[in-house]
Write a protein that binds this ligand. Structure first.
Ligand SMILES: Cc1ncc(COP(=O)(O)O)c(C=O)c1O
Length: 442
């Protein structure tokens, strides 16, 4: 198959330079294990689990079979006022995997919907408890929580603010970003120890400014994934938890990237030993095969909202496809696969291999200003080309693609986050292709 076999006139590509793409199309037609096949018959290693989704590798038969079986059994049922068996079973399995008393799962279809759902739960929960004045949200600079207006508002991506700023939620503030490029440019599987306290401004400026009694929730990605794999300072998340507890503020972890094994544990929450009040997930929960997302809430949140007449809806929210039976069947099969192949532990082990390879092959290359690895993911940061932000990383991404490796360009970073089934040989290929390309683009 070649682009001559299909028209490229009608699909408007998301988060992609469309005019450039037309001149240099990158179209997949098949995938197996760690590899894609392109429209012109080339093999490309999926170095990013297809944007953190395909954690168990491509085309896994147990997941595919579960989906086919489900289609032939119960294809779809509305989610409102009735439900389906797969949704209950998937929720039970997800709750069993989640830490602490995170036991109540609200399903949606994506990470963006999970972000907006969690913010709405926070408002409704405080209102149900008679604290409806709590309507300030705090996110973090460079945080990414998807593309809905709620998620964009608490997110801290400048490009979103530039174009959509006028339509964002009004009562939102942001923590400072968690990166120290001077003292902690290179991080290999450890928590950087900062000499200053990155949360001091939360306690001394942001909370006093809004008054803590008005703050509904703080939302962060435990590890900032979309921005380019930025790792929190030591004890940062623990302290965030303590500050939230002190002031009755809900803590939301957006684990759309870190959830389901990326750090070698089920959730980043387990890795850091911090239980949030809500935990957002998507992507790897179905191995990316079918859209599914959700918010796991602590029991106390659910319980506080079970008031009012028994025939009245307690939380006025949901999606037509919340708990879709086929997506939930995929989630059940995916979690079973993670468990039967012990894939989270494998992500931890292979993460060390990836980190070793990235640090030894990329440190010291021209234009490299930092390398951060943790779990089965790593980013190499490059000096920007003056006057052309992001151009160097984009060109390296293209170059790697044409040499058979899919990497992710995020700002000035190039990110690797392979599937948990990755082998040493794939890592060698990914890292050496990236190293060669960085040298060519110095
Ligand atoms: C942390 C985080 N939250 C939310 C999202 C948005 O997810 P989706 O694209 O499924 O809406 C992403 C996507 O990468 C993400 O990384």
């Amino acid at each position: 198959m070649s682009p001559a076999d299909f028209s490229m006139d009608n699909q408007w590509l998301p988060f992609t330079p469309n005019r450039h793409f037309r001149k240099d199309p990158r179209v997949f037609v098949a995938a197996e294990g760690m590899h894609f096949t392109t429209h012109d018959g080339k093999q490309v290693v999926d170095g990013i689990s297809s944007l953190w989704c395909v954690a168990a590798g491509h085309n896994r038969r147990p997941i595919n079979e579960a989906i086919k079986r489900q289609l032939d059994t119960l294809d779809y049922a509305t989610a409102f006022q009735v439900s389906n068996d797969q949704a209950f079973r998937a929720a039970e399995m997800i709750a069993a995997l989640a830490p602490g008393d995170l036991n109540k799962v609200l399903f949606c279809n994506s990470g963006s919907e999970a972000a907006d759902t969690s913010l709405k739960v926070a408002l409704a929960y405080h209102r149900a408890r008679g604290e409806g004045q709590r309507n300030v949200f705090i996110g973090r600079e460079r945080g990414y929580h998807g593309v809905g207006f709620g998620g964009m508002s608490v997110g801290g991506i400048p490009a979103n603010r530039k174009v959509f700023g006028a339509a964002m939620l009004p009562r939102v503030d942001h923590l400072r970003f968690i990166h120290d490029p001077v003292n902690h440019a290179y991080i290999h599987g450890v928590e950087p120890v900062w000499s200053e306290d990155p949360l001091l401004e939360l306690e001394t400026r942001i909370l006093p400014l809004h008054d803590p009694s008005n703050v509904a929730a703080i939302i962060v990605e435990p590890v900032a994934g979309s921005a380019g794999w930025y790792i929190p300072p030591k004890a940062y998340l623990q302290r965030l938890r303590a500050i939230c507890d002190k002031h009755g503020i809900l803590l939301i972890f957006d684990e759309v990237i870190t959830g389901f094994g990326r750090l070698g544990t089920a959730f980043a929450s387990d890795y850091y030993g911090v239980v949030p009040d809500m935990l957002n997930f998507a992507k790897a929960v179905t191995n990316g095969v079918i859209p599914l997302g959700g918010v796991i809430c602590r029991d106390a949140i659910f319980d506080a909202m079970m008031s009012g007449p028994e025939n009245a809806i307690e939380f006025f929210h949901g999606y037509t496809y919340s708990g879709h039976p086929v997506a939930c069947a995929a989630a059940i099969a995916t979690i079973e696969l993670f468990q039967s192949e012990d894939l989270f532990a494998r992500a931890g082990t292979m993460g060390k291999t990836l980190g070793d390879a990235m640090h030894s092959a990329l440190k010291g290359l021209p234009a490299v200003t930092g390398i951060r690895t943790l779990g089965l993911a790593g980013a190499v940061e490059l000096a920007p080309i003056p006057g052309a932000p992001g151009k160097r990383a984009f060109e390296i991404f293209l170059d790697c693609f044409h040499r058979g490796v899919l990497v992710r360009a995020a700002g000035e970073n190039l990110v690797l986050a392979p599937a948990f089934i990755v082998e040493q040989g794939h890592i060698d290929q990914m890292v050496s292709t990236l190293a060669d390309s960085i040298k060519r683009h110095a």
